[in-house]
Write a protein that binds this ligand. Structure first.
Ligand SMILES: NC(=O)c1ccc[n+]([C@@H]2O[C@H](COP(=O)([O-])OP(=O)(O)OC[C@H]3O[C@@H](n4cnc5c(N)ncnc54)[C@H](O)[C@@H]3O)[C@@H](O)[C@H]2O)c1
Length: 252
């Protein structure tokens, strides 16, 4: 097989693909031949990402979508099926970090917002993507969790709870679809150099680098490689897995 065209003929939906890990994943999949739908709550970010991919010679469809809105996700998937003929691959990536506050002081509204976008929206996405993939005869989904999907990290209450939930949902979805030719996996990145963390200030960023045994954070390209592997037929026996990519963080 020509690995350079590994995803030729495939259609992928990546949420939160206007920035960071989602953008790097969309670029990689497009460079390997997939037609990619760029879903983001920011119309500007989705349009910029799609234009960047088009400039590389790829095919990208920008879609303004709030993953917390089930009807908007359903409309996005219908549009992908209408424009591209079906859906084969999905990366449920969009998330928000939420404020860093101890549990006893955690604002209730902030808790609800993080659970809505980081957990419930992954359920909404699966609920929409799985039937579309069944119409296509199969597919592959990667949910972006975090090391916080398997570890406690102080001050990240709803985020860690949501990411543990994403790992659980991934396992249930994988089991329910094991004979439907649809594989569902999760990845658990350590800290990655994206706006998600870089906006927290130099001292926090330096501390994050130090926490990894390799003394740096991941690049978005390193995470995208693992996502692409799990989406690909090279991972044909991998389903229900939670793949950590963390420079040794959780080995400590
Ligand atoms: N950066 C890290 O250190 C890190 C570590 C582990 C896991 N993750 C996970 O990786 C994923 C991507 O994070 P990132 O660092 O690339 O973030 P990022 O902030 O660079 O990008 C997130 C994108 O999601 C979009 N988005 C936010 N809310 C949305 C919504 N409701 N609907 C649609 N789009 C929305 C934003 O507009 C943005 O373009 C998240 O699931 C995050 O939890 C990140």
């Amino acid at each position: 097989m020509d690995r350079n065209r590994e995803f030729a003929g495939k259609v992928a939906f990546i949420s939160g693909a206007g920035s960071g890990i989602g953008l790097a994943t969309a670029e990689l999949l497009a460079s390997l031949g997939a037609r990619v739908a760029i879903g983001d709550i920011s119309t500007d970010a989705a349009d910029r990402a799609a234009a960047k991919i088009a400039a590389m010679g790829g095919t990208a469809l920008p879609l303004t979508v709030d993953v917390g809105d089930h009807a908007a996700l359903a409309r996005a998937v219908s549009r992908i099926e209408a424009d591209f003929g079906g859906l084969d691959l999905a990366v449920n990536n969009a998330a928000i970090p939420g404020p860093r506050v101890p549990l006893e002081d955690y604002p209730i509204e902030a808790w609800k917002a993080v659970i809505d976008i980081d957990l419930t929206a992954v359920f909404y996405a699966l609920r929409t993507e799985l039937p579309a993939m069944k119409r296509r005869g199969g597919g592959s989904i990667v949910n972006i969790a975090s090391i916080a999907g398997g570890l406690g990290i102080p001050l990240t209450g709803p985020y860690a709870a949501a990411k543990h939930g994403v790992v659980g949902l991934t396992r249930v979805a994988a089991l329910e679809n094991a004979t439907a030719n649809i594989r569902i996996n999760a990845v658990g990145p350590g800290y990655v150099e994206t706006p998600f963390v870089m906006e927290r200030g130099e001292d926090i960023v330096r501390a994050y680098r130090e926490k990894h045994p390799v003394k740096r954070m991941a690049t978005t390209a390193e995470i995208a490689e693992q996502v692409a592997f799990l989406l690909s037929d090279r991972a044909s026996f991998v389903t229900g897995a939670y793949h950590i990519i963390d420079g040794g963080y959780s080995a400590q």
